[in-house]
Design a protein around this ligand. Structure first.
Ligand code: C5P
Length: 232
């Protein structure tokens, strides 16, 4: 038997979608099911890694044999990522993080004040957790040496899915970016996925299509090759 490809590696994976609270009973959410993140955790576990799954909201059960940590909102996820990341070799930021959150969280349920009026909800920007942890790593050697981002992209007249992926990879500063094409019927909540793995090293991109578990195995193989290429 050969050694599993991620033996001895500690891998932190964020999964699912954040929920941004409005009041004690309401939130703004997104359609991420957590399936791809759970598949990544399975694939990393099966590759011999010690896996921490940092779950936001999942529609599927987390796999056995991984350490489970929970966070709900983007701000909670940021705190949890910074608390958990030290001591991990790899961070995979798969969670769908809300770009905006309500500026205020009401202490009690927002009420209908009269027959017709409706409240106006003001949003503020959330921090970009991925960009922040890449920046923080420049001063902190305990943070993961391999950071992988995800991007759900749609192509348009201005550029292809790959063009947008390349500029996002440069903007975020991580080592790898897994790009998937999204649309009403594609990716979110589906069992299959079609991805491109892009590398900051300028290595040629790698394409994969298949079930979320098959795609996750390709991502894990690429992570293992990157670790072998740049041992730490
Ligand atoms: O910019 P965009 O949201 O497309 O980037 C997606 C990547 O960035 C994912 O890896 C996601 O987990 C991460 N992200 C983040 N914090 C945000 C938004 C996205 O870490 N506020």
């Amino acid at each position: 038997l050969s050694t599993p490809i991620l033996a001895g590696q500690r891998v932190l994976i964020t999964a699912g979608g954040t929920r941004e609270p409005l009041d004690p009973v309401r939130f703004l959410g997104n359609r991420s099911s957590g399936r791809q993140g759970v598949a990544l955790a399975q694939a990393a576990r099966d590759a011999g890694a010690e896996v921490t799954l940092l779950a936001t909201h999942l529609e599927v059960a987390p796999p056995a044999g991984v350490r489970l940590v929970h966070a709900s909102s983007a701000l909670e996820l940021r705190a949890a990522v910074f608390a958990e990341a030290p001591g991990h070799d790899v961070l995979i930021m798969n969670a769908a993080v809300a770009d905006f959150r309500p500026a205020n969280i009401e202490n009690s349920k927002i009420k209908k004040r009269d027959e017709h009026s409706a409240p106006v909800i003001t949003l503020v920007r959330n921090p970009d957790i991925l960009a922040e942890i890449v920046q923080a790593r420049a001063q902190d050697a305990t943070l993961p040496s391999l950071i992988v981002g995800f991007a759900a992209e749609t192509g348009d007249e201005q550029g292809s899915v790959l063009d947008y992926g390349r500029s996002k990879l440069a903007r975020k500063g991580c080592e790898m970016l897994v790009v998937n094409e999204v649309g009403a019927q594609l990716t979110f909540g589906q069992d299959t996925n079609s991805i491109q793995v892009l590398f900051a090293s300028q290595a040629p991109s790698v394409q994969a299509t298949g079930s979320k578990l098959e795609v996750a195995r390709v991502v894990i193989e690429q992570i293992a090759s990157a670790i072998i290429g740049h041992p730490h």
